[in-house]
Design a protein around this ligand. Sequence first.
Ligand code: GLV
Ligand code: MN
Length: 217
Amino acid sequence: MAGLPSVLLATCTALLALAAPSLAGDPDMLQDLCVADYKSLEGPLRLNGFPCKRLENMTANDFFSDMLSLPGNTGNPVGSAVTAANVEKVPGLNTLGVSMSRVDYAPWGMNPPHTHPRATEILFVLEGSLGVGFITTTGKLFARTVCKGGVFVIPRGLVHFQKNNGGVPAVAISAFNSQLPGTQSLTEAMLAAFPMEPTDVLVRALQIDGGAPVHVV
Ligand code: GLV
Ligand code: MN
């Protein structure tokens, strides 16, 4: 008969095995296709992801997009534009655990520090030369120049950025292991949340104004 320690060990192993999927990225698929049926979102049902269209209503166009063929508009203060081909634009990506984006950089433009909570990113430099980097949770910066044809990997959830090192436009293509990686900009999270973060929290966190508490009215 199994002793108590081995029963405990077996129970712990089973519990860990059950917990493992929740530590992974997008879950595995349970069928060949599950093209997102956006229309059903108007109904009362809510899912983690999107419900599937019926097979007879799926077409090749559900798996197609030419949205990455055109440059994004980089005429903005940071000088970059991200065009994301994720499940919200390409419904055939639903449940497949992958997506892509195109990033255009104006001369000397940058893609400001941001994170993707649900995906690792691999960035391929299509045109130009970029300074790229990510920062670990312990504060270590991994950064280098990546020229045309090079790739750079950004581990899931870590803060990262790119800047165009040149006086000519640059372009990168990124692939993600999530149908919807999510993007959180550090600057926007700090300074453009809605409703706004309490001023005393920002002042103290950013160590401005001496860090003295400021009351929000
Ligand atoms: C680049 O970092 C991107 O998220 O597309
Ligand atoms: Mn990114």
